[in-house]
Design a protein. Structure first.
Length: 94
């Protein structure tokens, strides 16, 4: 087995163990599935907004947007990102 492959597999395994451990540790306080899924409704609206936007922004968007902006010399992707954030804030306020 290649040495780099062993290192990659070890890092991946450590990552999974860490993620599962954090999930089990943080989920021990939850009483039921609704409390777990909604977080007891204790999160502020801006944290939920940031989480939604982060989930929508994929790695392809993160890496591809600067290249598209440079190639086409426009800000269409920036307008999309700003519009998404503003729409969420306005929807929250109404």
């Amino acid at each position: 087995m290649n040495g780099r492959l062993v290192i990659d597999c070890a890092v991946l395994l450590l990552y999974f163990i860490l993620i599962i451990s954090v999930g089990l540790y943080m989920g021990r306080k939850e009483e039921n599935l609704k409390d777990f899924a909604l977080g007891g409704r204790r999160m502020p609206w801006w944290a939920v907004l940031a989480s939604l936007i982060a989930a929508e922004t994929t790695a392809a968007t993160f890496f591809g947007t600067p290249g598209e902006g440079f190639t086409f010399r426009n800000y269409s992707f920036q307008r999309l990102a700003i519009g998404t954030i503003l729409a969420r804030i306005l929807a929250r306020r109404s």
